[in-house]
Design a protein around this ligand. Structure first.
Ligand code: PHE
Ligand code: NA
Length: 513
């Protein structure tokens, strides 16, 4: 049975969906914290280098692989790698393009649900209020307490004890995601993007204006905040960690190396453009990241708390900035409740348009390789996500461990396979032809060399440095949370392999027509 392949309804819809895929929590939380933590303005140098030499070329490769697969009725790397490389292992390697986004969405949806919870509590006035005190730590304390109470991270043992409302908001978030996916590519994902993306921009600009008109009693304003983020500390450039962080942020923010772009691209028509669409999506994402993402959270925090305190908040991670520092600022400004509501709603919308993108590869896999209907595929995904989400929700340390293996290491490995299988195993001439055909803009010829040599070379160097830097400390973790996460990923891999084996047996057993 051949199921007719879905397509995007319009070009603007496609670009908004792709921008929705890329614009996520990474733009508004991860980027400012990474930049502040890794040399401020100097971070932008490796960031720009990797954007051009790694991010954009790999993005175009992923678009090309998606268009190639879509034209043959397939939307994941499982079948695409199988076409490109006549080796039985190819399809199993391609499973990374389903496993990575699926494992990420298991915890991404949970974090996304916190933003909905916070947004709701901002609206009804349920967030803590805090008197202005000189000591930043004291001032933030009620908000820290609130976050810990909601996520249950204060529990003694390995079982976390989140609040009931946290669980309820998680269920609501999961149902919203599944409903959008159930409606399908055009009537679900595309339609939501058309509504959510303009709202995201309006809310971000409103917040930016509010932050830019903020002053502290001792006279700090937005220029101090921008200065902190953009003043280059060039000594940071000699630190390899800064380069790794920049590469990691470029991957994460463009959604490259996850398999999610490949799947979205598989729903364009076989002769549609990829070069301009890919570049447009990336440009919108960079605007949302550098201009909007760089002007809200960190800048507000510097105005309110000063540089030293902000640096220490940023060094403690993205959650502290987004879920503690920002609501604490809004608690003491006029109409703060409203801005707090807008801030978390913005994060929620950015999160939803990303989590549906992370979910779609698994749906495409079930539809394309098993001929299942969309309704059935979404049903299976829903049961899987519901069951497996209990791991990051209730097991201490599992979220971070899953994130390390798939969200940090896995995507670099998968991106390397994409480039190598396309340009080295398949055929670099044919790969370039596939990449450059039917486009509305010309991909400059120099990208041939970047895609064939420079990008894979960088990926190998990143992989080796990452392994040296982070593998030993991760591997030495033996807490039950880490082990449960590893076993979970292992089970997913085995399950995936069994499904792929079955699917291919089914196809090969079918008489050629
Ligand atoms: N790019 C998203 C962000 O910046 C994260 C993401 C990665 C979304 C991969 C979908 C696929 O938050
Ligand atoms: Na992004």
């Amino acid at each position: 049975m051949i199921v007719k392949r879905e397509h995007w309804g319009s070009r603007i819809g496609l670009i908004l969906a792709v921008a929705g895929n890329a614009i996520g929590l990474g733009n508004f939380l991860r980027f400012p914290v990474q930049a502040a933590d890794n040399g401020g303005g100097a971070f932008m140098i490796p960031y720009m280098i990797f954007l051009i030499l790694l991010g954009i070329p790999l993005l175009w490769i992923e678009w090309a692989l998606g268009r190639f697969g879509g034209a043959r009725g397939h939307g994941t790397a499982v079948a695409v790698f199988d076409y490109l490389w006549k080796n039985p292992v190819a399809k199993y390697i391609g499973f990374l393009g389903v496993l990575i986004p699926l494992a990420v969405v298991v915890y991404y949806t949970y974090i996304e649900s916190w933003t909905l919870l916070y947004s709701f509590f901002s609206l009804v006035g349920g967030l803590p209020s805090t008197p202005l005190t000189a000591d930043v730590k004291d001032y933030l304390e009620p908000f820290k307490h609130f976050l810990i109470e909601k996520t249950g991270e204060n529990s003694e043992g390995i079982i976390l004890t989140p609040a009931v409302e946290t669980y309820i908001f998680f269920l609501i978030t999961l149902i919203i995601n599944l409903y959008i996916l159930y409606r399908g590519v055009s009537a679900g994902i595309e339609k939501v993007a058309k509504i959510a993306m303009p709202l995201i921009f309006i809310m971000a600009i409103l917040l930016m204006i509010r932050v830019f008109t903020l002053t502290s009693p001792d006279g700090r304003n937005f220029l101090d905040g921008l200065g902190f983020l953009w003043n280059p500390d060039f000594s940071a450039l000699t630190n390899p960690k800064v380069w790794l962080a920049a590469a990691g942020q470029v991957f994460f923010t463009l959604s490259v190396g996850f398999g999610a772009i490949l799947t979205y691209a598989s729903y364009i028509k076989p002769k549609d453009d990829i070069a301009l669409n890919g570049l447009a999506g990336a440009s919108v994402n960079e605007f949302a990241e550098v201009i909007l993402g760089g002007s809200i959270a960190i800048v507000a925090s510097v105005i309110f708390f000063g540089i030293t305190a902000t640096a220490s908040i940023a060094s403690e991670g993205a959650f502290n900035l987004g879920f503690m520092a920002l609501p604490a600022i809004f608690a003491n400004i006029p109409y703060g409740q409203f801005f707090s509501f807008i801030w978390f709603l913005l994060l929620f919308f950015a999160g939803v348009t990303s989590s549906i993108a992370l979910s779609q590869p698994a749906i495409a896999f079930l539809e394309d390789e098993f001929g299942l209907s969309r309704e059935k595929s979404v049903g299976i995904l829903g049961v899987f996500l519901f069951v497996s989400s209990h791991i990051p929700i209730f097991i201490k340390g599992a979220l971070g461990e899953i994130d390390f293996w798939v969200g940090t290491l896995g995507l670099v490995i998968f991106a390397l396979f994409e480039a190598v299988i396309f340009f080295w195993i398949y055929d670099s001439k044919k790969a370039w032809e596939e990449l450059t055909r039917d486009n509305d803009i010309k991909i400059p010829g120099v990208f041939y060399y970047i895609m064939k040599y420079i990008a894979p070379g960088f990926l190998v160097i990143i992989l080796i440095s990452w392994s040296i830097e982070f593998l030993p400390s991760t591997l030495s973790k033996t807490d039950p949370g880490a082990w449960i996460a590893r076993i979970f990923l292992f089970v997913m891999i085995i399950l995936g392999f069994v499904l792929i084996k079955k699917a291919w047996e089914r196809k090969n057993g079918r008489a050629p027509s």
